[in-house]
Design a binder for this molecule. Structure first.
Ligand SMILES: C[S@@+](CC[C@H](N)C(=O)[O-])C[C@H]1O[C@@H](n2cnc3c(N)ncnc32)[C@H](O)[C@@H]1O
Length: 294
């Protein structure tokens, strides 16, 4: 989900008990892009929160609650509009250089050297997600860096590119063409700028489009590496497209999922013939590496 300065999001939250958490998660799941639960295993109150892109349909939510709590004792939802944040202003001064696996992520305000052996990624805080700090981005970067030991991809796809950080990392690591795509046109624009800033503008083609819909995404297939850091639900929805666009022997790196959602994502991709070869977790965000047989 892009923290673009234009985007409003909706929060649906409940204060509840541990026993009610799975029921509320099931109610929120069909209408939210992400659902998170926070609480204490030893008792005490829990908070379940769903984040939705569109204004929640209150009648539909109430019907789901009535079905899940037939005795009429469902907790009351609190629905809030989350105001857009000025991401640039909040982050430009708080973005110290960061080492993630083989990559050294540095803003233009940093004038120190890049540590020996690291690949510099020049990225400023901007209107698209992907500074490297988030556990899902860090997981993907680490896995991409490690894959370089045995993978020599000829073509790479960065699905849900945000700032373009993962596609740019791949272009710099392997010096190969990368298609980067995002449902958010602003992310595609930022990716093109960041690719140019990293001297890989000639390698990275950035286009806007939902999933695999952009013509260039289909024309450049099959890919030897697809990175998809979105969210569990869209990743599952895209599993069939991913398998079709991945070359035999190709690898995908999937992230944007919390540990609890990993099994569903793995199952969706196993159904498409892929097998799990690695997983790692950073700050509760799980990254999966799955391979397509030759
Ligand atoms: C978590 S950000 C990841 C950004 C960057 N790749 C990274 O690893 O930091 C997810 C990105 O996926 C995009 N996105 C969400 N749903 C999508 C879809 N169905 N197709 C393409 N992009 C999508 C969002 O706009 C957002 O930029």
């Amino acid at each position: 989900m892009s923290p673009s300065s234009q985007r409003f999001l909706w929060s649906i939250s409940f204060r509840t008990t541990a026993a009610e958490v799975p029921f509320l998660e099931a109610c929120l799941d069909p209408m939210c892009e992400s659902v998170s639960s926070f609480g204490d295993e030893d008792g005490g109150p829990w908070r379940v929160e769903g984040i939705a892109v569109d204004e929640p349909d209150r009648a539909r939510l109430q019907a789901a609650l009535n079905a899940a709590f037939p005795d009429g004792d469902a907790p009351a939802p609190v629905i809030d509009l989350i105001p857009p944040r000025d991401w640039v202003k909040e982050n430009i001064f708080e973005f110290p250089p960061l080492t993630v696996g083989r990559f050294f992520i540095r803003g233009s305000h940093f004038d120190g050297p890049t540590p020996g052996g690291q690949i510099p990624l020049y990225l400023d805080a901007g209107t698209a997600f992907g500074s490297g700090e988030h556990g899902s981005t860090a997981g993907c970067l680490t896995c991409i860096g490690d894959l370089a030991r045995k993978l020599r991809p000829a073509r790479v796809l960065d699905m849900g590119c945000g700032s373009g950080i993962l596609g740019i990392a791949a272009a710099k690591l392997w010096n190969v063409p990368v298609v980067a795509t995002d449902i958010d046109a602003e992310a595609a624009r930022v990716t093109a700028l960041n690719a140019a800033q990293n001297d890989v503008g000639h390698l990275v083609t950035a286009v806007a489009g939902a999933g695999y819909s952009a013509p260039i995404v289909r024309q450049a297939a099959p890919y030897d590496l697809i990175v998809e850091n979105i969210l569990a639900r869209p990743i599952r929805r895209l599993s069939c497209d991913l398998a079709q666009h991945l070359a035999p022997g190709g690898v995908c790196v999937l992230s944007g999922l919390v540990v609890r959602d990993a099994q569903l994502v793995i199952t969706a991709h196993r159904r498409q013939g892929l097998r799990l070869v690695r997983h790692m977790t950073i700050n509760g965000w799980r990254t999966l590496v799955m391979a397509k047989p030759r």
